[in-house]
Write a protein that binds this ligand. Structure first.
Ligand SMILES: Cc1cc2nc3c(=O)[nH]c(=O)nc-3n(C[C@H](O)[C@H](O)[C@H](O)COP(=O)(O)OP(=O)(O)OC[C@H]3O[C@@H](n4cnc5c(N)ncnc54)[C@H](O)[C@@H]3O)c2cc1C
Length: 139
């Protein structure tokens, strides 16, 4: 599986609540090879603060080379990420992780909770997602 370090451009920043955000990057190399369940490591700031990249699941990709993450602000790195502006450059590394293999026949159910659910958008037309509390969410 190929991995890339890409200087991506921020295409869109969406704020859903005081601490929940979705960012769309132009990331053609990573988007081309990514599978559901994989994640990217993102350099939140431009300098050495914060020093380490932060991991984020890949929310969705598109055939036009867009890649989305959906995240909650919990600390310094995510706070900086929430402040990026459209047109800025952000370094992504990935995709990482094993991802999911999808069977061509038969039925499958993907079970998760919390922010793990948002990566299910990758399979929005193929899965019913059952949350732990028993509610069924169709995506
Ligand atoms: C594979 C993977 C995929 C992930 N995907 C997602 C995703 O899709 N969306 C998402 O929202 N998150 C995701 N996460 C979690 C995300 O990576 C973290 O929320 C993020 O790295 C936090 O970075 P930060 O710099 O904002 O927080 P940090 O500053 O690193 O803080 C992290 C936590 O530690 C606490 N903390 C920090 N300093 C202290 C201290 N001195 N004393 C006590 N507590 C402290 C903070 O309050 C916070 O809760 C994923 C994690 C992994 C491992």
């Amino acid at each position: 599986m190929s991995q890339y370090q890409e200087k991506t451009t921020v295409l869109r920043v969406e704020q859903f609540s005081s601490e929940n955000y979705r960012i769309t990057f132009r990331s053609p190399d990573i988007a081309r090879v990514a599978r559901a369940g994989q994640f990217v490591m993102i350099k939140a700031g431009q300098g050495k603060d914060p020093l380490l990249r932060r991991p984020f699941s890949i929310h969705q990709t598109s055939s036009s080379g867009q890649l989305q993450i959906y995240f909650k602000v919990v600390g310094r790195g995510t706070d900086m990420l929430a402040r990026v502006k459209v047109g800025e450059t952000v370094s992504l590394f990935g995709p990482l992780g094993r991802g999911f293999q999808i069977k061509k026949s038969g039925s499958s159910i993907l079970i998760g909770e919390g922010w793990v659910l948002h990566l299910c958008f990758f399979w929005r037309n193929q899965f019913a997602v059952i949350k732990k509390n028993g509610n069924v969410t169709g995506i």
